[in-house]
Design a protein around this ligand. Structure first.
Ligand SMILES: C[S@@+](CC[C@H](N)C(=O)[O-])C[C@H]1O[C@@H](n2cnc3c(N)ncnc32)[C@H](O)[C@@H]1O
Length: 256
């Protein structure tokens, strides 16, 4: 995918950092030797790992130079590497692989999860969180606008959104045969946004990136305006004018 708009992503850092906090609270390892934050982004999730595991060697890995630049500025004491998850394998000292909000972007991610858990040492933990929100109006409307967009005939069709995630049962059947302990759950967050435009701003930093990067500046503006109008009809203001962005997320904690 295109490089991430890192500054846009950190606009909602408090809200975006709540799921990695909730995921980390369930990681059953007290003294890991090495910890790797896959898809570390601007370092918000890496910072949580450094605090929880002060004695571990913590590495952040991401494919985006923009994100890594912010992460290095934020945590100069930490090691960051630019790499694709599909090209990375944990070494024998890596006890925790943490991946918050990244595997939804990784092609064939189920096979990658299986490969990474297999590679961990006994007792090693793979902790993953992915948005499970493709049926929410925020995503349905992104697809709706992209699918009706007047893309030129010869243009490479931009992806109009991720597909939905497999069921918890499918992850159970995939990972339990190689896990001594497996915990899978959903949490639904209701993020308070100033208004529907806030939802546009939120997704400009994440799922809209592939679509927006296929458009020129006027096209982007137009796309966001059409999407914003649809959102304003779908997300009604509460008594104080704010709107609630309903956001289901899937969590997996697997111990080898
Ligand atoms: C939504 S951000 C998550 C950032 C952070 N982990 C957090 O908890 O907020 C997803 C990150 O995954 C990175 N990413 C996406 N696909 C990747 C891949 N195949 N390999 C490595 N990083 C990837 C993106 O560059 C982006 O920084």
């Amino acid at each position: 995918m295109e490089d991430w708009n890192a500054r846009q992503y950190v606009k909602f850092e408090d809200e975006r950092t709540r799921p990695p906090r909730d995921l980390l609270a369930q990681v059953p390892h007290e003294r890991p030797r090495r910890v790797v934050d896959l898809g570390c982004g601007p370092g918000n999730s890496t910072e949580l790992l450094l605090k929880r595991f002060p004695h571990a060697e913590v590495t952040g890995l991401d494919s985006s130079p923009n994100m890594l630049k912010l992460a290095r500025e934020r945590l100069p004491q930490c090691r960051f590497v630019e790499a694709e998850i599909a090209h990375w394998t944990p070494d024998a000292q890596t006890d925790v692989v943490f991946a918050n909000a990244v595997f939804q972007w990784v092609p064939n991610h189920e096979a990658e999860l299986h490969r990474l858990l297999t590679a961990l040492p006994e007792g090693g933990v793979l902790a993953v969180q992915m948005p499970d929100n493709t049926a929410e109006p925020s995503h349905v409307l992104q697809r709706e606008v992209a699918d009706s967009w007047p893309w030129p005939k010869d243009a490479a069709v931009p992806p109009s959104g991720r597909g939905g995630l497999p069921s918890p049962e499918a992850y159970y059947d995939l990972l339990k045969p190689i896990a001594s302990h497996l915990d899978i759950w959903h949490s639904v967050y209701n993020h308070v946004m100033a208004n529907a435009q806030g939802i546009v701003e939120w997704f400009k930093g994440s799922s809209l990136q592939p679509i927006l990067s296929a458009l020129d500046a006027p096209g982007r503006e137009k796309f966001l305006a059409v999407y914003g109008e649809k959102l304003a009809r779908a997300y009604k203001p509460r008594f104080d004018g704010k709107v609630l962005l309903r956001f289901p997320r899937l969590f997996i904690v697997a111990v080898k």
